[in-house]
Design a protein around this ligand. Sequence first.
Ligand code: ADP
Ligand code: MG
Length: 701
Amino acid sequence: MAEARALTLDDSVEELAGVGPRLRERLARLGLVTIRDIVYHLPSRYQDRTRVLPIGALRPKMEAVVEGQILDSHVQFGKRRSLIVRLEDTSGTLTLRFFYFNREQQLRLSVGRALRCFGEIRRGPQTLEIVHPECHFLETLTELPTEDALTPVYPSTEGLHQLTLRKLTQQALVVLRQDTDDTRLIDELVRSAVSPAVSLPPLHEALTLVHRPPPAAPLEALATGSHPAQLRLAIEELLAHQLSLRRLRQVTRCRRAPRLAKRALLRETLLDALGFALTAAQARVVREIDRDLSRAQPMLRLLQGDVGAGKTAVAALCATRALASGFQVALMAPTELLVDQHLRTLTRWFDACSVEVLGITGRLTVAARRKAYARLAEPVPKIAVGTHALFQSEVRFGRLGLVIVDEQHRFGVDQRLALLDKGADGDYRPHQLIMTATPIPRTLAMTAYADLDVSVLDELPPNRRPITTTVLPETRRDDIVARISQACAQGRQAYWVCPLIDESEVLDSQSATDTAIQLTAALPALRVGLIHGRMKEPEKSAVMLAFTQRELEVLVATTVIEVGVDVPNASLMIIENAERLGLSQLHQLRGRVGRGETPSVCVLLYKGPLSETARARLQTMRDSNDGFEIAERDLELRGPGEVLGTRQTGAAALKIADLSRDRALLPAVRTLADRILAENPALGDRLIQRWLTNRMEYAKV
Ligand code: ADP
Ligand code: MG
């Protein structure tokens, strides 16, 4: 019998033992298609199951292995039925809490049994707790050996177990060991990014170590990501990201785009319809964009402007240039609420210009959608406004000349690219304008948006009154209710924002629904509306419309209203559990008020006691109304995850690098990227392929 061919990293995951069609499909959901993808699917963290901790030594937020004897086990009936098990060792007792359990499990967890369990320690009403621990029954205590090395935890998806991922990476590492790729060149390049005193392992060694840390590997270093193996990989990953964005830029620059000529008439008509004069910053940015649009290469420009700076008007003015030249414009927004609002605004503005504005959302009926698609397919100038529904495969644009992406921080770079592909016509690509209210400090912008030119809208319209921000403990709710009643009596409106409903049942977030009920009772003279992410889209838009039309005085909302919503008559914003939200998010939410001519107030409610950092963060909000300043502060206090938003370009996709921790490396990484692009572009492509398989699709010339 012929010997089986040795596997290579380029082979499909299906070649690994245990991978059938179902598992393959699940792996694909994580972007894992080849064995190489598995090798580069790195643990997001580690668990220490190497020793059993005494219960008395446990602290909240630790993940720990404990062993003990069951002291008590009973079902508690309350808000939710749960099984409560009390576990005791010689140093203390711990509560195990199960929300999902069957009769058999309940019987097995009986008084007197010895148990080893693992899980995250939380503060409970009486003792520390573990919710849904992993359990092993023991015949006598300490008979099971503990793990001898740290346990890797991989990013996963529904139906994909950690054990499966561990088995697959184990096999993939065997394949990696046989890989004959010469990595000396890249090892050397990566080393040149750090001081010669730091010794970084070669690529394969580093990969093996992070997947399977040896027993002696220091937990501290691995947990903080400062182990040389992690540093080695982080530099390479940052380099791959930088290269992919730069490549995208190169590739896009050598495409062609329609030159959008200046035709004054449409623009003049729109300027009249706006009903306000542009700020100097708006006028300048429009000129910058015009210059790009008049070129035969696709524009790739990021427009940063603080909340309320008037980005929509800039977008509309730039759209006139495409429309007047006979092209269509697509405006993509992250939520249906925002799409509705853009539709209202743009329809009003463009009515005077006789330009059609079409809404494409997920909630159109099949017939309406078919009709809208048909209208888009005609090569007639018009504006399409939509959510990501815009880049679904059935959508065809007749003659797309300009793509505008609003609130980019809610989209990933790949979604943005997909829309660019939509308008592709042979070698032609539409121009692209990306708008964001998340101000990004320069070093980060150069990394996260290396493929874009940047314009900044650094001036608010003149009619704005600054927002006064106060920070109060939630015990002062009654005062606030009085304040709402006062503001509404004067014809104003108020938002009351609660963090997400039931994001996790263990989190004690006050639900928006409860708040709406309480406020309705406390404010009988006022109409209180409720909007949250679990409502159906038509319901949400109806509530939002009612608030816009002043049929509601108070709107209780989750963070679904975070981006873009514009109701100038609302002048009071209350944000509960403010200590939980990121500063940029708070700034976005606060930006929903202060849009009209009345002085506005934002109240940040917190649940004490506050940590030192939390206090400093809330103070920043009170002291500053400037998005850039807040972002800089946020970066100092909490790191870039916060500043960039979780789905921000690159940041979300980073497997091992951390823009905050590794910030000092960024200049060296950029220099390296320059060198590789100039001297060895093929090596650059290999790096992108390794770290960002999907991104490569777009980078093909
Ligand atoms: P953002 O930059 O946050 O997207 P918007 O485009 O929603 O801001 O604008 C906020 C509000 O300011 C809107 O009601 C808009 O009509 C108004 N606005 C925009 N530009 C000006 C201006 N130059 N003068 C007065 N009001 C303006
Ligand atoms: Mg906006």
